[in-house]
Structures are given as C-alpha cells and as structure tokens.
Design a protein around this ligand. Structure first.
Ligand code: GLU
Length: 465
C-alpha cells in the first residue's frame, strides 16, 4: 500500500446523488490507480438531518456501483470525544478562544456591517479578553491575520484567499458540539488523508481548513475540487432535471458499469475514448485530466452507453439482472421460455432493463389483445390464409433454431408467392400482440413450436370472429 489515502465523506441527509457518486468514483479511481487506500466516512454530526435510512441508501448505492472501500465506514458521531480533545488543546495553546458574544450582539453587528456595505465578519471582541464570565460561549479559531491562504488545486490550479476575508471560525457551538469544518480537518488529519477530492461547492471551506491544519500542526493534504454537474439548462443538476439518485438508475434498468462509465466521462477524459472497462479506467485515471468546467448531464449518452453494455453483457448475468424488473410487473417466468433465451432475443436492441422487461412480457403471457391498426393493414382472407399455413407448417416442422424457422418462413413465401412482410408481420402480431418484437425465428425459438402454434391459432380465431 502506498501513502495515498483518499476518502469519500458523504453527509447522510439523503440518497446517494449522482454527483456524490462521481466524487466517490474519482476518489476510488485515484486510490486504485496508485495502489492507495479508499476510506468511507459518514459525516453525521448534524444529528437533526442525518438518518440511518440515508446511511443505508448511500452504502447500497456504493455497493451497487462496485465502489468498494478499504477502511470504514467511519462515523463522525463516534468521534465526539476526539473533537473535544482537540478543541481543548487549541484552547490551551491559544489557537482558539472562548467567545461570549450573544446571538443578538452578533446579529446587530452583522446588520450594521451590511448597512455600511462591509462584508460581515466577526469583529474579534473576545479575541483578547482575559476575563472568562460564567456564561454560554462558543469556541472560535484564532485565525492568523494578514497575508493570504493559497493552495494548488489539482484540478483548478492555484487558488488564493486573502486571510482578512476569513473569519474567526466557530469550532464548537454553545451546546458543546463541534462544527463541520473542524471535524473534517480533525478526521482528515487523523485518517492521514493525502488527497482531498470533493465537490467544488467546498472550495470556500478549504482556506479555513488549511489554517486549521497549520494551527494544529498537521500536514496539509492536496486538494482537488471537482466541478459541479449541471442539467441541460445549465442549472445545478437537481430533481427537476430527472432522477438524481444512484439507486433510481438501478431501478430504471441501468447497469452499474454503464453508470460508472457515464460518470467517469462527466469531467474526466482520455483522448476521444468513450467506453472504458473498470480496469481501463483504473489504469488510465489521472486526477489532472479532470476538466475545470462544469459538465452537463446528458441522459441520451447514458442511454447509449447502457445499450452498449446490455448488448455486450453475458446473457446469464443479464437474465439475473432482468428478473426483478419482470417480477415487479407481476409476471412469473417459471412457466415459459428460459429467460436467457428471451434475453438473447432482446439484448441487441434495448436501452434499459425496464424496456427489456416490457418487451419480454409477451414471452410469458400470450397476447390478450392485438394491435388492430397493424392487423387492419391486411385483409381478413389473407390473414386467415397466412395463419392457417403457418400454423400447419410450424406444427410439422422439425426446425429448432431461429435460423431454421426463418428458413421455413422463406419457403412458405416462395411457395405461396407472398412477400416476407406479408407473412412476418401478421405472425409477429399473433405471437406478441404487436409489431415491436424481435425477429420471428428468434421468437419461435424461445417460445417453442407448441406455444407458437397455439398463439397463431388464437389470432386466427380472433380475425375470423
Ligand atoms: N460531507 C460533505 C458533503 O457531503 C463532504 C465534505 C468533504 O468532502 O470534505 O458535501
């Protein structure tokens, strides 16, 4: 193991968002590429908003995507004693101080600053006070004054903030609980994190955190701030653009490798390549090749990748993945063709497992109705003749493969002087109810001759009625 240690640090206040998943993926890839360690840390110090359900949803999403972690999950809520200890240390060595200013006083000062067009900032009233009244207090960081705080972001380049813009950050609230930026620093230092890769909504926290590392005498890690994901209207990706939870993509019938491939390209590039296996990603990933600008989420591209992975997926695995999508429609696959055979007929043309499930249903359920508009394109006598001949010839056929059945249909066409569409389309309607179905030979191979003949006879009765 190298000294490379990265972490994904979600706050469990909701499901695993695709943006979070991409941050996790970049961390995971960096660790795997450099032989480092990937740590999962649950940032649940906000007790009000953190829930067990969210933790479970995050773990489920990570597991589904195959983003396995080497250490953790660690919970910040288990570390309160550690945070307290460091607050005390800082109070003792003077890098922090107690602030007794009341909320009203602070509010008044803030309003005044705003009125006078100044940036609201703590004015340092308690910085140098020597008395320690018996009153509620917060603990503030004694932020170094003057100069600037700068860092070389691995994605965005050099970023500098004038120190005077940085407040004396509260590190412990009146109720004794530690604040967010403080816990992050203690944990990252304690876990010996070498690279902090996170969303660029945290850029403004970084200079404060760097000052804290320095005050605590901890080495400062490298930072990489990943640009946001936007919706098609260039606003930050949210529910109003469609699904944003990783698990909802699973439920909508996406393969994890398709979502992972999609997410890695959302910001990262390697030449003009679009398709990456997991191994290729791990081998080629370089945080320096993540772009500086925000990326736009494009559902069409995700569908294209999903179709690619469905097409190339092993039929047995695909059948396993497809099964819950069929079962959730109240359909059992027990009394019908082997699901693997059905999968093979559908995987060439499906964009999602949901779509595949929809198209697989007729294999397990004889049509209850027919696409009458499609049937109306043929006259009744022709349909009766086609169904009669096809049923008879199929029943007598010894073919057992799609190629064999296709050959039989060609033979029938030649003999009767029919065009393929004049036979194929009515047969497809008889077998599936509609016209959107795989090739005739493939359907019959999966359904078997007996069931196919039964369906053709049913359609024949329907048109005769
Ligand atoms: N808990 C923070 C979040 O979910 C991440 C903090 C970090 O990565 O430093 O946005």
């Amino acid at each position: 193991m190298s000294a490379i240690r990265v972490r994904f640090a979600p706050s469990p206040t909701g499901y695993l968002h695709v943006g979070g998943a991409r941050t996790a993926l970049f961390n995971w890839l960096l660790a795997r590429n450099l032989g480092g360690t990937f740590i999962l840390r649950i940032e649940d110090t906000d007790v009000e908003r953190s829930t067990k359900e969210s933790v479970n949803a995050i773990l489920e999403g990570m597991e589904w995507l195959g983003l396995n972690w080497d250490e953790g999950p660690f919970y910040q809520s288990d570390s309160f004693a550690l945070y307290k200890e460091h607050v005390q240390k800082m109070l003792d060595n003077g890098t922090a101080y107690r602030c007794f200013c009341s909320a009203e006083e602070l509010g008044g000062k803030r309003d005044l600053a705003m009125q006078e067009g100044r940036k609201p900032k703590y004015d340092g009233t308690c910085r140098e006070r020597s008395d320690q009244p018996d009153a509620p207090y917060v603990v503030r960081f004694r932020a170094p004054q003057g100069g600037e705080v700068a860092f070389d972001d691995l994605i965005k380049g050099r970023i500098a903030f004038p120190a005077e813009e940085l407040d004396d950050l509260i590190i412990q609230r009146t109720d004794g609980t530690p604040t967010y930026n403080f816990c992050v620093v203690i944990d990252d230092a304690n876990m010996r994190i070498s690279h902090v890769i996170r969303g660029d909504d945290h850029v403004n926290n970084t200079p404060r955190q760097i000052q804290l590392y320095q005050a605590l005498g901890f080495p400062v890690p490298q930072f990489a701030h990943v640009p946001m994901i936007l919706g098609s209207d260039k606003a930050r990706l949210s529910k109003r653009h469609g699904a944003t939870s990783v698990i909802s993509y699973r439920d909508m019938g996406y393969l994890p490798e398709a979502l992972i491939n999609y997410l890695v390209r959302l910001g990262w590039s390697h030449g003009d390549d679009e398709i990456f296996s997991r191994d290729e990603m791990v081998r080629m990933f370089d945080i320096g090749n993540v772009g500086r600008s925000a990326s736009v989420f494009n559902p069409d591209k995700l569908n294209w990748l999903n179709a690619h992975y469905i097409k190339n997926c092993d039929a047995e695995r695909l059948a396993d993945l497809l099964l819950p999508h069929i079962s959730s429609r109240g359909v059992s696959t027990l009394n019908g063709p082997d699901l693997m055979a059905v999968v093979r007929t559908l995987q060439e043309r499906a964009q999602t497992l949901e779509e595949m499930a929809e198209r697989a249903l007729f294999f397990y359920h004889a049509p209850q109705s027919y696409d009458e508009a499609a049937l109306a394109k043929f006259d009744k006598a022709h349909l009766a003749a086609v169904y009669g001949v096809v049923a008879e010839r199929l029943a007598a056929s010894e073919a057992d493969s799609s190629a064999g059945f296709d050959a039989l249909f060609k033979e029938i066409c030649t003999e009767k002087g029919w065009k393929m569409a004049q036979v194929g389309q009515p047969t497809r309607i008889a077998l599936s109810g509609g016209t959107q179905a795989p090739g005739i030979g493939e359907i019959i191979e999966a359904l078997g001759i007996e069931e196919s003949v039964r369906r053709i006879n049913a359609a024949r009765e329907f048109v005769a009625a």
